[in-house]
Design a protein around this ligand. Structure first.
Ligand code: COA
Length: 312
C-alpha cells in the first residue's frame, strides 16, 4: 500500500470513494474551488491509501492556525476520513492516519484535530490512534415563545455575495476577538460554500438601526430553523438571537460551552449534549506539552470558540 496526495490519484476514484463513504460529492471542480479559496488545504489537499492502482481510503489534510493562551501556532486537522466499504476493517484507515500524523509531525505540528460523532465507528478508530475528546458539542432548543427585541433590530437575507461575506468575516473577527481556537482565513465562508458546507441563501444579517452587527447561517425547514452558526458581539448576542427567532423556532447546533451557551440558557433554551465531538491528538506520543491542550485553548474557562462550519 502506498500513500499519495490528491494530485497523484485518479479524481474519478476519489469522487466514488466520497460518495460511497460519506455521501459527499468531491468532484475535481469542487476540489479546485476549495483549494483556490482556502489556503489551509496546503499543497496536498488530501492523502490517499492506494493499492494496485485502487484508491482505498482518504483523509483530508488541513493546516490550521490555533489561537492559544500562549499565542498562535500551526496545527494539523483531518477531514473527510473514509474507506471504501468493500475494504473496511482491514486496517487501511489506521495505516493512512498514521501516515498523516507522520506528515504533520514532520511539519512541526504538536497537535492534530478533528471533529466527529461519538455514534460513528470512526470514534473508536480515533481513540485507538491517540485522540481524546476535547470538547463535547451541544444543541440548544428554543423555548416555545421568545419576546422579540425592540424594533431597532432587523433581519435580512442578502445571499452570500463577496461583500456580504466580507461583512460577516469582520463581524466574526470582532465578536470573538478574545477567544481561543481556530483562526479563520478571510475567504473562510466562500471556501465553506465551495465545499458544500453552507448554502449561500442561508445567511442572515442581523442589523441594529440598519447597521449589521451580527450574522447567522440557517437551514430553514417547515417546523424549525436550524442555526449552523450565529456570530454577534457579547453585548448584543442575546438581542441578535431574539431577532433571529422571528424567523421560526430555533435549533442551534455544534455549540461548545462558553458565554454564548450561557446566554442561550438564560433565554430559556434547553441545551443538550449531542454526539458531536472535537477531538485532539498530541503528536509525538510521549512528549505531552507543558501546557495541556485544554489549558492552551481555555476549554474549562469557556474561552474556546468553535462553530459548526469549523467542523472537519
Ligand atoms: C471509519 C472508517 C474510515 C474506518 O475505516 P477502516 O479502514 O475500516 O478502519 P480500520 O480497518 O483501519 O480500523 C481501525 C479501527 O477502527 C475501529 N473500527 C473500524 N471499523 C469498525 C467497526 N465496524 N466496528 C467497530 N470498530 C471499528 C476499530 O477500533 C478498528 O481497529 P481493530 O480493527 O483493530 O479493532 C470507515 O468505517 C468509514 O469509511 N466509515 C464511513 C465514513 C465515516 O464515518 N468517516 C468518519 C467521519 S468523522
Amino acid at each position: 500500500m502506498e500513500f499519495l496526495p490528491y494530485d497523484r490519484v485518479d479524481p474519478e476514484q476519489v469522487r466514488r470513494l466520497n460518495l460511497l463513504g460519506l455521501g459527499y460529492y468531491l468532484g475535481p471542480e469542487r476540489v479546485a474551488r476549495m483549494r483556490r479559496l482556502d489556503p489551509r488545504f496546503g499543497g496536498d489537499f488530501a492523502l490517499y491509501a492506494v493499492e494496485d492502482g485502487q484508491v482505498l481510503a482518504q483523509t483530508g489534510l488541513l493546516e490550521v492556525t490555533l489561537r492559544t493562551v500562549a499565542g498562535e501556532e500551526k496545527a494539523g486537522a483531518l477531514w473527510a476520513v473514509c474507506t471504501l466499504p468493500g475494504h473496511a476493517r482491514r486496517g487501511v484507515a489506521r495505516a493512512l492516519l498514521t501516515e498523516a500524523h507522520r506528515i504533520f509531525t514532520e511539519r512541526g505540528y504538536r497537535f492534530s484535530f478533528l471533529t466527529t460523532s461519538r455514534s460513528l465507528v470512526a470514534h473508536h478508530l480515533y481513540r485507538d490512534l491517540g485522540y481524546r475528546d476535547l470538547a463535547p458539542m451541544a444543541t440548544a432548543f428554543a423555548p416555545a415563545s421568545l419576546k422579540p427585541p425592540d424594533d431597532s433590530w432587523s433581519l435580512t437575507s442578502p445571499g452570500l455575495t463577496p461583500e456580504v461575506a466580507g461583512t460577516a468575516w469582520n463581524i466574526w473577527r470582532d465578536a470573538f476577538r478574545g477567544r481561543l481556537g481556530f483562526v479563520r482565513p478571510r475567504a473562510f465562508l466562500a471556501a465553506a460554500e465551495a465545499g458544500g458546507d453552507l448554502e449561500p441563501q442561508g445567511i442572515r444579517l442581523i442589523s441594529r438601526r440598519g447597521q449589521p452587527v451580527g450574522y447567522a447561517f440557517v437551514r430553514s425547514g417547515p417546523a424549525q430553523v436550524r442555526v449552523l452558526e450565529l456570530a454577534a458581539p457579547a453585548g448584543v448576542y442575546r438581542d441578535a438571537v431574539l431577532a433571529l427567532a422571528g424567523e421560526g423556532p430555533l435549533v442551534m447546533t455544534g455549540l461548545v460551552e462558553g458565554p454564548e451557551v450561557g446566554a442561550l440558557r438564560a433565554l430559556g433554551f434547553a441545551v443538550l449534549e449531542s454526539y458531536g465531538r472535537l477531538m485532539v491528538c498530541c503528536l509525538g506520543g510521549s512528549s505531552e506539552p507543558t501546557l495541556q491542550v485544554e489549558q492552551l485553548l481555555g476549554v474549562e474557562q469557556g474561552r474556546l470558540w468553535l462553530g459548526q462550519l469549523d467542523h472537519t
